[in-house]
Design a binder for this molecule. Structure first.
Ligand code: SF4
Length: 908
């Protein structure tokens, strides 16, 4: 760890000058005065222990303050030693204390009594649960039913443990939430430069283009936000492209509010202007892009020169004039010229981010990432100071010494042939895929994941859970109650941020770091001299940590080692015995470059160093890594005889031209191009009430599911009104607070309207972060969710609140102070699945029809017909280009997956 006080190399402000946190030398005995005892000067003595926030994927460093008089965690602040977050947190970090102390959290493992979804539970021991689930998985593996195991993750919060474990089990079982989150942009970036996320060097940028609400809520929110503001303070300009006036837009020099889904047309117009005005970094384009391949394919008879290629691109995009973009995108005159000028001025110090937003909302949204990469290529702003890095440069994933080989299976429940280029698993289609394939998942883990509430078409998930022939045993690993857990067979309470071991690394800036999440009270006791062997017993109730649970489960699956699985989680010193956390993480940290040496300087082992510091800055491999001299001719020949590392694409160059898309039937995707979205304005009859609905925006103070158990966050944000432009409100005769019926293709929902100039005319928006509900009293979140009745008629569901939020008695007196009643609307349930044919991403934006609420409608009503959702699924599936592709493959071999199987598994 570099000393932040004297860190001139990074130009970082010293956190101690800003009094961001106690200095590490004071962590063993940090003294503050008790504010409640004023005017008496009563001292509180704390021990400060670092861990990592678990409330989003940024991995910010927390510092837990353990009150020595009670032995309890009193509060969380930022860990000033953490290279990504630098001592700062967003509102959700300190609110971890609410989650720890939540009077309604699940404290014991529970097993279903009666029918699934019936709301009756009995307590069960961890040993019993592990033995039962382990035996079930072991049986499936011995009977070659590997595809009937599935692990479905919402918030990962760790980087290798579970993937390695599933690989050890030999199952193609990893399912994620990525196709309802970010798979679309990831495909575009991956096709372009072989890394599926951008890592902007905000702090050094001269112009920042944010196609998202990235400053306030994106990945990686707090670490990115502080660097964007740093750049702004240093004179950088910021443009934010967001149909809605987000908090991020309010910090921009220019807010651009296009019609949703038209962003690609806007960016192509900028590219055309750069090309036609000659503002192009020709040297970068010539050396680092696959222009020659493009010319050889598109104009084999013409001159094979860069000049001809640039001319060809200008011809390709000739129609994208500023005037066309103005009309197509419904943006202000001068927008294209402004963006082109700022991007050209910034040159190699132009950076950007695209996250969720248009990529996640629209058919073909993945192309926007490619167009953005075209702009970065034209300006040579890739891997430069102030430019855009591949995320893989700025992230480091440490691993244990012994790692299992890739498995040789391909699970069609996750990777169906219709979506051969899907960037992640087709997770949100699971109910449709199981029904269509007439298949089953025998053991299904939902892990900090709530698909009934989060995913589109949640009622199809309910129907799936109701059938044991589809889901044999549903194990919900969750720290809090959620909608999906109501249909579980086991509800297993896993730890929050200060209750578990994980390692995290994220591409927060042009650097690499790892952070260590650790069970704070276990570490507190260890520092006092104890020798804890398990985390169970140091957390509230019987809350356990996952790493120890998974190790115990692995040994229950393979008790005698005959499956060859248990050896990956064995103690190095006690053959056949499960590894302890100390053994596991000692091995992992011993493999981190530079860490053993840094630890030795402080007289510590690598594990001790991580327990004390909470983070380590891994030596950085530098910028412009593609230009590194290759050792031999296997590199990229950028000049005759000059071999360089290049990018991780097939051509080792940035692939503006993507032949693989053509080979797999996506001719329109060979070059970056614009495709009109499913919510294009031409498809709307505005006079009849049609509107485009943006349902994707987050609230900066909320987490998807778990903020319902953080009282401070819930007090700040507890409703999700429908944003509507005043002109639209006038057409419908609506005012702020009026109820409205929003019809989707499969049902409707009833929110209240918020009339605001911050919304593009013809478009409405509603945050997905609110709208929690529960079927039974006693299943958590009394102050944040509504108790509902669900009326069922065939395939039709009507959800109706019978009780909103209310004050209630608990061990926390604040629960008596709940002053709000309405808890928002779960709009996602009323959306059909809309899988993009290429990326597989759910295209979130909805064409809706708006009416005033009808007699009998009530706030929060949700109506859905799952028969209609099946019809819409079929329509979208009809637009796919199924495998096999060239060579009889399920998927191109160079397209990776989170848990990549052997090459043989890629073949039918
Ligand atoms: S951005 Fe906020 S929620 Fe996310 S890890 Fe950091 S402090 Fe936690």
């Amino acid at each position: 760890m570099t000393d932040a006080k004297t860190d001139q190399a990074t130009g970082r402000t010293s956190p101690w000058e800003l009094a961001i946190g106690p200095e590490p030398a004071d962590w063993d005995d940090w003294v503050e005065y008790d504010g409640g005892a004023w005017p008496e000067r009563k001292e509180i003595h704390y021990r400060c222990i670092p861990t990592i926030c678990f409330n989003c994927e940024s991995g910010c460093g927390l510092l837990a303050f353990v009150d020595k008089s009670s032995g309890e965690i009193a509060k969380f602040e930022g860990n000033p030693l953490h290279p990504g977050s630098r001592g700062r947190l967003c509102a959700k970090g300190p609110a971890t204390i609410n989650q720890v102390n939540d009077s309604e959290r699940i404290l014991k493992p529970l097993k279903r009594k009666g029918p699934r979804g019936g709301g009756e539970w009995e307590e069960v021991s961890w040993d019993e649960a592990v033995a039962d689930i382990g035996a079930r998985i072991g049986k499936a593996l011995r009977e070659e039913r590997h595809d009937e195991i599935m692990y479905h993750v919402g918030r990962p919060g760790e980087d290798h443990f579970v993937l390695r474990m599933l690989q050890a089990w030999g199952v193609d079982a990893h399912n994620s939430h990525t196709n309802v989150c970010s798979a679309s942009a990831r495909l575009g970036f991956s096709l372009s430069f072989g890394a599926d996320r951008p890592s902007p060097d905000y702090a050094n940028a001269k112009f920042i283009l944010l196609i998202s609400a990235h400053l306030e809520t994106g990945h990686y929110f707090n670490p990115h936000a502080q660097r964007i503001i740093e750049a702004k303070n240093n004179g950088a300009r910021i443009a934010v492209v967001d149909t809605r006036l987000s908090n991020t837009s309010t910090h921009a020099d220019r807010w651009i509010s296009p019609w949703p889904g038209s962003e690609g047309a806007m960016l192509l117009a900028v590219a055309r202007l750069l090309l036609t005005s000659g503002r192009v970094d020709k040297d970068f384009m010539r050396r680092w892009t696959n222009w020659a391949d493009c010319l050889a394919s598109k104009d084999p008879e013409g001159p094979q020169t860069l000049e001809r290629y640039l001319e060809l691109l200008a011809e390709e995009y000739a129609e994208y004039t500023p005037e066309y973009a103005m009309a197509e995108c419904q943006i202000e005159e001068g927008t294209i010229e402004y963006l082109a000028d700022r991007i050209a001025e910034a040159g190699s110090a132009f950076t950007s981010h695209l996250w969720r937003s248009t990529a996640a909302g629209n058919l073909g949204g993945w192309q926007v990432a490619r167009i953005l990469m075209l702009l970065h290529s034209l300006t040579g702003s890739v891997g430069t100071k102030g430019g855009l890095n591949p995320n893989s440069w700025d992230k480091f994933v440490p691993k244990p010494s012994l790692n299992p080989p890739p498995n040789s299976r391909w699970n069609e429940r996750l990777w169906p042939k219709e979506w051969p280029l899907a960037h992640y698993e087709m997770s949100f289609l699971l109910p449709h895929l199981l029904r269509e394939q007439d298949s089953k998942v025998d053991v299904y883990f939902t892990r900090v994941y709530n698909p009934v509430w989060t995913n589109p078409d949640g009622c199809s998930w309910i129907e799936m859970f109701e059938h044991a022939s589809r889901i044999g045993c549903h194990v919900a690993l969750t720290p809090t109650w959620n909608e999906t857990a109501q249909w579980a067979d086991y509800v297993l309470p896993v730890g929050l941020a200060p209750e578990r071991h994980d390692v995290m690394s994220q591409e927060t800036h042009a650097a690499t770091w790892i952070g260590f999440r650790q069970p704070v009270l276990r570490e507190y006791e260890r520092l006092k001299g104890a020798n804890p062997q398990t985390t169970l017993g140091f957390n509230p109730g019987e809350v356990w940590e996952e790493a120890e649970f998974w190790i115990a489960l692995t040994h229950a699956i393979d008790p005698d080692g005959s499956l060859g699985i248990a050896k990956y989680f064995e103690s190095p010193d006690r053959p056949g015995e499960p590894a302890t956390m100390d053994e596991y993480w000692s091995d992992v940290f011993g493999n981190v470059p530079g860490l053993p040496e840094a630890a030795e300087k402080e007289g510590q082992s690598p594990l001790e160093y991580m327990r004390r510091h909470g983070a380590f800055e891994v030596p950085y491999a530098g910028r412009e890594r593609y230009a590194t001299q290759a050792k031999d001719a296997s590199g990229l020949e950028v000049e005759p005889g000059d071999f360089r590392a290049g990018f991780k694409t097939l051509s080792k160059r940035i692939e503006i031209f993507s032949p693989v898309m053509g080979e797999w039937g996506f001719d329109e995707g060979v070059l970056p191009s614009y495709q009109r979205s499913q919510v294009h304005w031409s498809a709307m009859d505005l006079a009849a009430g049609d509107r485009a609905l943006l349902p994707t925006f987050r609230l900066p103070t909320l987490i998807h599911t778990r903020s319902a158990n953080a009282k401070w966050l819930q007090e700040i944000s507890h409703t999700n009104p429908l944003w509507m432009n005043p002109g639209d409100a006038a057409q419908f005769g609506l005012q702020t607070g009026d109820l409205v019926r929003v019809h989707t293709q499969i049902g409707y929902f009833i929110p209240r309207v918020w009339v605001t100039e911050g919304m593009h005319p013809g478009v409405v928006a509603c945050s997905h972060h609110v709208g929690r509900w529960r079927m039974f009293s006693g299943s958590g979140a009394t102050g944040a969710s509504s108790l509902v009745d669900i009326e069922r008629t065939g395939s039709r569901f009507l959800f109706r609140a019978k009780q909103g939020a209310r004050p209630f008695s608990s061990s926390d007196p604040d629960s008596e102070r709940v002053f709000w009643k309405e808890t928002g609307v779960n709009q996602n349930m009323t959306f059909p699945v809309q899988p993009d044919p290429a990326s597989g991403m759910h295209c979130w934006h909805q064409k809706v029809n708006i009416k005033r609420a009808q007699d009998g409608d009530r706030y929060g009503d949700i109506s859905v017909d799952t028969a209609l959702s099946r019809e819409i699924y079929e329509q979208w599936k009809g637009a796919t280009h199924p495998a096999p592709g060239p060579g009889g493959l399920r998927r191109p071999l160079h397209m990776h997956r989170p848990l990549r199987p052997t090459d043989d598994a890629y073949r039918f």
